[in-house]
Design a protein around this ligand. Sequence first.
Ligand SMILES: *Cc1c(COP(=O)(O)O)cnc(C)c1O
Length: 579
Amino acid sequence: MITPRIEMTLEKIAHNARALVALYGSKGIDVIGVTKVVCGNPYIAKVLTKSGIRILADSRIENIKKMRNAGIEAQFLLLRTPSLSHCEAVVKYSDMSLNSELTIIEKLSAYAVEYDKSHKIILMLELGDLREGLMPADLDHTIEQILKMDGIMLTGIGANLACFGGVKPDAEKMNLLSSIAVDIEDKFGLQLEFVSGGNSANYDWFMSTSDVGRINNLRLGESIYLGCETLSRKPIPGLYTDAMTLVTEVIESKIKPSLPYGTIAQDAFGNITQFVDQGEIRRAILGIGLQDVNVSGLTPRIDVEILGASSDHIIVNAKDEELKVGDELEFDLNYAALLAVMTSRYVNKVSSDRVNAHEYCERVEQKYRRHVRRMQTTALKDNLSQLVSLNDSSFNLMFEPSIMENYQYMVREAVYDKIGRISKRLDMEDKTLWIRSAYRSFEHQRLLWEERVNSLKIEYPKKELEEIEELVSYFIAPPSKSMHATGGAVDALIYDLKHDSIMRFGTNDGYKIDLNDKCYPYHPYITPEAKVNRKLIIGLFEAEDFVVDIKEYWHFDYGNISWATEKGKEQAIYGIIEA
Ligand SMILES: *Cc1c(COP(=O)(O)O)cnc(C)c1O
C-alpha cells in the first residue's frame, strides 16, 4: 500500500468518542465533536455522528462544506470567529459560529436575513488564555446590540483555555463562566442552550469536580483522536491512544558515520547542526519530511532514533533494527504532527476499512495462488455422470443471454438436482435463480476469452498482448483450465420478482458485472445490502455442498477439482468433458 499514509482506525475512534460521550454525559455535559485536526474527514465525521455526537465543529468553513457535501447528518459549528470575507459562506453552510466581534455578527445578520436563515452564535469570553473572547466588562453592551439584530440567535456563551496562554481551565475559571451565564440569563431573560466550558484540557477539572455548575458543553478534538487530556497529555483511562498511525517507508538504508564530515556551515533550514558521535551506524532514510509533518511530534513504534529531517527526508538511526529499503515504519503522532499530516496532500488518508479491504484482498490472492498449486495434486476419478440441460428443466430459472448460439446451460446430473432444490427454496421468497453460465465447451470458453481480450485491447491500446492476457486470466480461465468444462460449475445471481430486477451484489448493474477485487466474495468494502445478498446466494449453494469461488461471488463449484481441493476431498468426481 502506498506511503506515506495516515491510517485512521475508525473502530478505535468510535470507541473513544462513545466513551467520552458517556463520561461527560454522566454529569450532564454534552460533547461537540471537533474535526479540525482531521480536516473534516468525512469517514471520521460519520463515525462521530454514529457515536452519539450531534454537533460537529470545525475551524474551517471549507471542511464544514466538505462534510455537508458528503451527506454527514449533524449540526455544524464554525469553531472560530468568521472572517468578514467568509460570513456569507458561514451563514450558508454552518448552523452556528463562535463570535467575539460585533462587526462580524452584524455581517452574519445581514446574510442571515438575505438567505432567510437563523444563524446561532456562541459568544466567546476572554478568561485569561488571551486568544479569542470578549472582555467580560464588554459583555452586556454586546448582548444588547445582538438582541436587536435580525437573523441572529444568541444561543450560548463559551470559553477556550489552554490553547494560547496555556492557562488551566480550573474550578475558578469554570465557576466564573457559570456565574456569568446565570447573570446573563437573569439580566436578559434568556435561556442559554450552550455554556461551553472548553476543550480536551477540561478533563482534570471535570474529574475533580462534583458540581459542574451551568457548564453543559465541551468541544472535544484531541482526546477523541489521541486518547489523552491536554494539560499534561496524560492518557485517559479506557481510551485508545493509537487510533492514528503514520506509516512511512524506508528509501535508503546504509551503514554510515554518525558525524557529518567536512567544513560545517548552515543546514537547509538555516541551522548549525550538532550531532553526537556514535561511530558507524545504520542510517535509514524515510520518504517523508518537514513539508509533510512536524518531525518532533513523531514517536517511532519500534526502537529507532530520529536523528533529524529535511523537507522530504527523515533520517533515523536504525539501532538494532534490520531496516531495509521498502520496509514500513510506524509512528505515533502528537497533535501538531497529526494536524500537519492530515493537511498535507502528499500523505494518503486511509481509513481502517480500506486497510482491512486491502489486507483481505491480499489474503484472497495468496489463498488463490495456493489453491491453484494444490489443485495440481488433487486426484480425479470421473464418475462419468451425464450432462443434463437446465434449459429443458421444469424448475423456475432465468437464463442470461449467452455469446454461444443455442446454449443449453448443461450441468452434471447431481448438480441438476441441486439447482432444482435451490430454485424451489427461492420460489418461496418470490425470487428466481438467474443462471449466467454452466457447462462451457472449449469452443465456448475460447469465445469468452477472445471477447474479453478484444474489449481490453480497445480499452488499453498501448498494452502488450501478453499483459492483456494476464489481465483476462485474472477472471477468465484459459479453455483447458476452466471449471466450467467439467459440468460442475454454475455461475448464478438472483432475480427478485417483487422488484423485477436482479439483486445488488456490490459490483453488478443487473447482470453486467464489473470485474475488480470487490468481486471477492467477502470483500469488506461493499454496501450492507450487497453483503446480505451475497450471504443469501452463498448460503443457498453451500447448503447444497457447493463451494463459492475464491474470487467470484457468483461462481459455484461441485464435484470438480476446485471443489475437491477446497473441501479437502480425496478425489474429484467430475473431470473435463471435451466437446
Ligand atoms: C481546537 C479547539 C477545540 C478542541 O480542542 P482539543 O484540544 O482538540 O479538544 C475546542 N474549542 C476551540 C475554540 C478550538 O479552537
